[in-house]
Design a protein around this ligand. Structure first.
Ligand SMILES: NC(=O)c1ccc[n+]([C@@H]2O[C@H](COP(=O)([O-])OP(=O)(O)OC[C@H]3O[C@@H](n4cnc5c(N)ncnc54)[C@H](O)[C@@H]3O)[C@@H](O)[C@H]2O)c1
Ligand SMILES: O=C(O)C(=O)C[C@@H](O)[C@H](O)[C@H](O)COP(=O)(O)O
Length: 548
């Protein structure tokens, strides 16, 4: 019978794609994945199909994808975790060499837990997993010719067990087969970016990848008895899922819900957290976990810095901006009526887990806001970032874009290098403030209702104009600010009549020294420097270039 040489079924996260690709290599054939086919047909990630059109529509797309692939494909094929729910699909699989890859519940939660791209497991992963498997296990075994357990086996061992179970020699595939039809990222594990310890602080790692929940307990460590999970209202379910998971690992885990966005960065919210910690009996060996955007991680870090004069904390950033900037480097803090981040502390986290799957649920404006800090990293240190964005500006507005992981990793590396050598901003670190002097002044002027990235975007155009007018920056690089920021949808202008207020706000910027205003400007692409006490007329002229 023609059709796939092997069909792999089994739950999400069991490793079908990794094992499938290994099998295809060893058999000299090609690998195909019906989930990838569905994503290609729909033009969006599976989580978005679930969200926009519902599970029923997704199942219909999946049924068609399986029918086509079973008819066309002659190599190794893997099906989505729920494909076997469909009776037509099960009938179609009869007489094919189907192998069920299984795993136990602990392994599943470790591999899949925090991955919000798996829409069925966003909340309480352990319980949901059991329910899911109770509903599906018999369907997997019904269609499968063999079952291969994956627990505590390497992908190579699983692949060998599949070949053994089907009694397939390694030459069974077609060596003349063309290249892969659907290559997918294999589970290579997260990228690890090191941040050096300095000023008496420990080194730590920023992990970028998927399915990173399993890393939390080892970061928390066994000296901790209590863990507080701080999360924004928008991530109530995720926060509770993380809390519950930690509780099931034996920690006394509490969740503290914060308001969304800048409303969390107040002394009242910090005081509410201190109260919760006090009532829980939080000691110096206990640990805070901040799950959310930059506002949440700023508060979580600040509460950790101030409680008992400093407890350990871990950042789980869920926005682009928090991944590339806020959660890395140990600047923590809150706003006051007088200005942005005016109260805070340098208190680095014990680790940062950037689960890229979290970005799938981020509203587009918040995603784009984060691109301002990515673009900042491009202008001050890594112009390849700008080239990537300019090659596909639309792609840079969505987590499904082709360069998402690279843009995020490159930006983190820029930040990592700077904060590794100057944690407390005694010099070099000031370059990370590019665009922020005016940006923060705008945020205060808008009573912290604007997105940070939007304000920083205007701030960068202003800084570029300041650099140009001060005779430091060439026209092409100054103009490039406008084109690249606008291409992803960031704003370039602000109300002209607000200058006196903005000037007043800028005086309390953390880079100011006495009455001296200081700005980060560029001497050229990737060459940030400090401009001290610019002529007021030059400042006004630069503002004229961004005023609407
Ligand atoms: N400490 C630093 O070094 C540093 C650096 C840059 C920025 N910041 C600070 O970071 C803050 C901005 O961070 P931000 O842009 O992440 O905004 P944010 O934290 O305000 O998050 C934006 C919105 O998205 C929601 N959200 C977060 N993750 C989500 C997800 N995965 N799915 C759906 N909704 C989600 C939040 O609840 C919020 O409503 C500012 O306060 C800024 O000052 C700090
Ligand atoms: O990490 C830094 O240092 C930065 O300046 C990064 C900025 O993007 C960030 O917005 C930071 O919070 C601003 O710090 P502040 O000291 O100006 O409040």
């Amino acid at each position: 019978m023609s059709g796939p040489l092997i069909v792999l079924v089994g739950p999400m996260g069991v490793g079908k794609s990794t094992v499938g690709e290994l099998l295809a290599d060893r058999l000299g054939t090609t690998y195909r994945d019906t989930d990838a086919d569905v994503v290609a047909t729909a033009g969006k990630p599976i989580s978005e199909i679930f969200y926009d059109e519902g599970e029923e529509h997704f199942r219909e797309l999946e049924r068609q994808a399986v029918r086509t692939a079973v008819a066309e494909h002659t190599g190794v094929l893997s099906l989505g975790g729920g494909a076997v729910l469909d009776e037509t699909t099960r009938t179609l699989l009869a007489d094919h060499a189907v192998v069920y890859l299984s795993m136990d519940v602990e392994e599943a939660v470790k591999r899949v837990g925090l991955n919000t791209a798996r829409p069925l497991l966003a909340v309480n992963p352990r319980r949901q997993w059991r329910e899911l498997m109770d509903a599906r296990r018999h369907l997997y075994t019904e269609v499968a010719r063999a079952t291969v357990a994956t627990d505590e086996r390497t992908p190579e061992e699983v692949a060998q067990a599949v070949l053994d179970a089907l009694e397939l020699p390694e030459s069974a595939g077609d060596p003349a087969a063309p290249g892969r039809e659907n290559t997918r990222m294999t589970d290579q594990g997260p990228t690890r970016i090191q941040i050096a310890g300095s000023a008496g602080t420990d080194p730590y790692e920023v992990l970028v990848g998927r399915q990173l929940l399993g890393e939390l307990p080892s970061l928390i460590g066994d000296r901790a008895r209590r863990v507080a999970v701080l999360h924004p209202e928008a991530l109530a379910e995720t926060g509770e899922a993380v809390r519950q998971d930690l509780a099931e690992q034996g920690y006394e885990a509490i969740a503290i819900q914060l308001p969304n966005a800048e409303e969390a960065k107040t002394v009242e919210v910090a005081a509410y957290c201190w109260k919760a910690l006090g009532q829980t009996g939080f000691t110096r060996t206990d640990v805070i976990v901040g799950v959310g955007g930059g506002a949440t991680t700023d508060v979580a870090g600040f509460v950790a810095a101030t409680w008992l004069r400093g407890v350990r904390w871990i950042a789980v950033p869920t926005t682009v901006l928090a991944m590339v900037d806020a959660a890395v480097g140990g600047k923590t803090g809150i706003n006051t009526a007088e200005g942005k981040n005016l109260v805070g502390a340098f208190h680095p986290p014990a680790g940062v887990l950037c689960d890229l799957a979290a970005l799938d649920s981020l509203p587009v404006h918040d995603y784009v806001s984060g691109m301002a800090e990515v673009i900042k990293a491009g202008f001050i240190a890594d112009p390849a970032i700008l080239d990537l964005i300019e090659s596909d500006p639309e792609g840079a507005r969505t987590p499904a874009g082709p360069h998402t992981a690279e843009l995020i990793e490159r930006s983190i590396r820029v930040k990592a290098e700077v904060v590794s050598s100057d944690l407390k901003e005694s010099g070099l670190r000031e370059i990370l403030n590019y665009g922020h002097t005016l940006g923060h002044a705008i945020e205060k002027n808008e009573r912290y209702k604007w997105r940070h990235g939007a304000a920083v975007s205007i701030g960068m155009v202003f800084a570029a104009e300041l650099g140009r007018l001060a005779g430091r920056l060439d026209d092409a690089t100054a103009d490039r600010h406008r084109t690249v920021l606008e291409s992803v949808g960031l704003p370039l202008t602000y109300r002209g009549d607000q200058w006196p207020k903005l000037l007043e706000n800028m005086k309390i910027d953390k880079k100011s020294r006495g009455d001296l205003l200081r700005f980060i400007v560029l001497d050229g692409l990737g060459k940030p420097t400090v401009l001290e006490g610019p002529d007021p007329a030059v400042l006004l002229a630069a503002y004229g270039e961004v005023s609407a």
